[in-house]
Design a protein around this ligand. Structure first.
Ligand SMILES: NC(=O)C1=CN([C@@H]2O[C@H](COP(=O)(O)OP(=O)(O)OC[C@H]3O[C@@H](n4cnc5c(N)ncnc54)[C@H](O)[C@@H]3O)[C@@H](O)[C@H]2O)[C@@H](O)CC1
Ligand SMILES: [K+]
Length: 335
């Protein structure tokens, strides 16, 4: 699964529209419907739902979601939280379809009115801002986000929780704290970052019809169990440890034998055939009692590293100590 920046996501939308001829309105319809059916896994038929609709295309998704839920018979209040003049393009087109379908919406003038609605709701769907959010939230979004986070409603976000930056490198933000986020087409970088990840809650990705083959060369990917299964080499029934790669782990020292032991165990578990550990002579007994399959090569701190030519892969440094790490070993290996 690809991981994208906001710019890369816009580029994908552009390719879909220009190269593949998918209209923006159609993509928005696809996005809104895909997200609705994903969110329905968390919504009960008796739930009262508030959909919060902002100014941009994320808000446009909100109109599609509100319409789809109303068509399905759910109890929905659609709240447009920005003035009419702020809604344009594909979002305005979907607002017209929403109205033409006979559905009412409320326009937020005072946050107190919205708060009354939120207090009676079971579920709040955030379609206020998406990947177009820049900088700290301005009003009315800052107040609304605060109100939502205070209420004991189930908070579901569309594509990205309002206020969360899509890309890495932004620490100063406040945002909707989602219990669950339905992400459109590809997870954004912030899904995986320490300071932003908690705002997403649990998440899944929905597909909206972008021509994925056009993006085949993307370099930033989430490596999933399915990728692991796909790429792990098949083992022949008659193969032996010599058939599955020979690795050297250079590290560990008398007082720090643990990390090199764990590295060796991980290497063996991941499928390496033969693992040799080059380490301080005095560390060998404690490592050997933890990891029985490895062989050992004596290595003196600051000394020459072993000959690497007979290994398929080398890991260097864990528990080696500062002096050795900065001293002769890396120079020897590099030469
Ligand atoms: N073709 C497309 O581009 C598609 C986009 N989709 C949706 O569109 C979203 C991106 O749409 P947009 O580019 O319109 O961006 P947004 O919907 O994220 O919002 C843009 C609006 O937010 C305002 N804004 C930005 N930062 C703000 C801040 N800090 N405080 C208050 N207001 C702020 C801007 O003035 C602008 O009016 C995606 O996240 C996704 O939900 C989907 O509909 C699928 C197709
Ligand atoms: K959102």
């Amino acid at each position: 699964m690809d991981i994208v920046t906001a710019q890369e996501m816009y580029e994908r939308d552009r390719v879909a529209m220009e190269a593949a001829g998918l209209e923006g309105e159609l993509l928005m319809e696809n996005a809104g419907r895909a997200v609705t059916y994903d969110l329905l896994r968390h919504i009960l038929p008796e739930h009262k739902i508030v959909v919060l609709i902002g100014a941009g295309n994320n808000g446009g998704d909100g109109f599609v979601i509100a319409r789809t839920l109303l068509n399905l018979g759910y109890d929905v209040e659609a709240w447009q939280v920005v003035p009419d003049t702020k809604i344009s393009g594909d979002a305005e087109a979907h607002k017209r379809i929403f109205q033409a379908s006979g559905h009412p919406y409320r326009r937020m003038n005072r946050s107190e009115d919205l708060n009354t609605s939120l207090r009676q709701a079971d579920v709040c769907i955030d379609a206020m801002l998406g990947i177009g959010a820049k900088g700290r939230l301005r009003e009315p979004f800052a107040t609304i986000v605060h109100l939502c986070n205070e209420q004991s409603v189930l908070r579901l976000a569309v594509d990205i929780p309002t206020g969360v930056p899509a890309d890495e490198g932004v620490d100063d933000f406040d945002a909707f704290k989602a219990h669950y986020t339905s992400i459109i087409e590809a997870p954004k970088q912030s899904v995986f970052l320490q300071q932003t990840e908690p705002f997403y809650g649990k998440w899944s990705v929905v597909e909206i019809g972008l021509p994925v083959k056009c993006f085949a060369n993307h370099q930033r990917r989430l490596w999933e169990v399915s990728d692991l299964k796909r790429t792990m080499p098949e083992r022949d029934a008659h193969s032996h440890k010599g058939s599955h790669g020979k690795g050297l782990i250079l590290g560990g020292s008398r007082y720090m034998p643990g990390s090199v032991s764990m590295t060796a165990r991980a290497a063996l578990r991941s499928g390496s055939g033969l693992i040799a550990i080059a380490t301080d002579r005095q560390a060998i007994p404690s490592i050997a009692s933890f990891i029985q399959e490895a062989t050992f090569v004596e290595y003196e701190e600051g000394g020459r590293a072993p000959d690497l030519s007979s290994y398929d892969g080398v890991a260097v440094g864990m528990g080696i100590g500062r002096e050795a790490a900065q001293g002769g070993s890396d120079r020897t290996i590099g030469s």
